[in-house]
Ligand binder design. Structure first.
Ligand SMILES: [Ca+2]
Length: 418
């Protein structure tokens, strides 16, 4: 069966308006209480409700007509920068108008899961115009490819990329159209502020997949398959990386034993959170620590496509890390963001949001503490529309934005409703 069954091109076109039913509707405690006391109690109860339950959300389409959009970044002037998987980078304005394809994007190996994938702006973009993007990089010779990370500056009129430089290229290149991974996270020092994190520390994390056909490589350190990469913003390798200077290990590796990560974000305490596709079942959330082994393909809560155990059918093994959370059946996760704003009420602040491609919803994940701890509850948002969710981000306005995966993909803003 295909490696890309959960990540293919199935799409749904309808978008129905939808809101979460309010939870606080009962005034049962008021029975048999004097009228004056009842009024006070009711007000107190209502305030409690407002404090503890978010209002609903209403999806507002900002833009449509995007061809398999993969990632969105927020420009300082209120416009959006969106990647489209076939290889385009576009500016989208607040009225939903799509700009021309920005010039200077390198050739991408478009096809299957490959193409132009993630984009993030440097924390100092407003002054340095620098951005980072990752994509499926074709080999110079032959039909191989691999995931590459580039930096560039965006020209003043936003019509072209300048100073494009590849700062990481996954080794080796193989002939595959699957499991590129490809999410970029700008690392930051711990600290909570209105942006939800501390100062950038000059490092980038890149999630890279094991290319499906090379899954065993995820367990060896002489290649970049199924790894999390950590590099400096100029492409050099930080000397405090776990395998720096070690023989038979590539120094860019931060952690290993990963499968196909398509979502990653930083918690305000500086911790990297990511998720990865399992095979059939066993999608995982992990908090990768330096030098540790996350188990693929030796341990997994999933099974082979079509059934049957993976390898020896193990779910745990000494020396291999357990996921924070796993999904069976697979939801085919893509995109990951913490909500740091209070725009949806206190109950949502500190929640984690993950898109599901396979079941077409946005997963709201409540944790045992804001930005940390275990998963205690999940709820499905936007499921009425049937759109595969490719990316989720918090905008500078504190609202959540998602991209839907289809030939007519949309950028959607989630408006809180009373
Ligand atoms: Ca694992």
């Amino acid at each position: 069966m295909s490696a890309s069954q959960n990540d293919g091109n199935t799409h749904f076109e309808s978008l129905k308006m939808f809101a979460i039913a309010p939870v606080c509707a009962s005034n049962q405690p008021l029975v048999q209480i004097k009228r004056a006391q009842a009024a006070i109690s009711f007000i107190a109860f209502s305030l409690l409700c407002l404090a503890s339950h978010a209002q609903g959300v209403r999806p507002e389409v900002v833009a449509s007509g995007l061809q398999h959009p993969w990632a969105v970044a927020f420009l300082p002037d209120g416009r959006f920068l969106v990647t489209e998987r076939p290889g385009r980078l576009r500016v989208v304005d607040s009225a939903g108008r799509l700009g021309k394809a920005i010039e200077g994007v390198p050739d991408v190996a478009a096809g299957g899961q490959g193409g132009l994938l993630d984009v993030v702006l440097d924390a100092d973009f407003a002054s340095n115009r620098t951005l980072y993007f990752c994509f499926s990089e074709p080999a110079n010779v032959g039909n191989g490819n691999s995931t590459a990370l580039a930096r560039a500056t965006l020209g003043p009129d936003m019509s072209r990329l300048n100073d494009v430089r590849i700062i990481f290229s996954q080794k080796p290149k193989v002939s595959s159209s699957a499991h590129f991974g490809c999410r970029i996270v700008e690392s930051r020092a711990p600290g909570i502020n209105d942006k939800g994190s501390g100062k950038p520390d000059g490092k980038l994390f890149l999630m890279v997949g094991e290319r499906y056909s090379r899954m065993a490589d995820a367990q060896t350190l002489n290649n970049h398959h199924g790894k999390i990469i950590r590099i400096n913003k100029d492409g050099s390798v930080p000397p405090d990386n776990p395998f720096f200077g070690k023989a038979a290990a590539l120094p860019e590796i931060w952690s290993y034993g990963h499968r196909n990560p398509q979502g990653a974000t930083l918690a305000p305490d500086g911790t990297l959170w990511m998720h990865e596709h399992g095979p059939q079942g066993g999608d995982e959330i992990n908090l990768p620590k330096p030098g540790l082994n996350y188990g693929w393909p030796i341990i997994t809560y999933g099974e082979n496509y079509g059934g049957g155990k993976m390898g020896e059918g193990l779910t745990e093994k000494a020396g291999m890390e357990q996921p924070l959370h796993h999904w069976t059946p697979s939801i085919a996760p893509s995109g990951m963001a913490f909500l740091t704003s209070e725009r949806y009420g206190k109950a949502w602040q500190g929640n984690l949001f993950v898109g599901s491609l396979k079941f077409a919803y946005l997963d709201r994940i409540e944790l045992s503490a804001p930005y940390s701890g275990k998963v205690v509850r999940e709820s499905r948002l936007l499921s009425e529309a049937g759109d595969r969710i490719r990316d989720v981000r918090q905008g500078p306005d504190g609202l959540l934005y998602v991209l839907t995966d289809s030939p007519n993909g949309k950028l959607i803003r989630l408006q809180p409703t009373p």
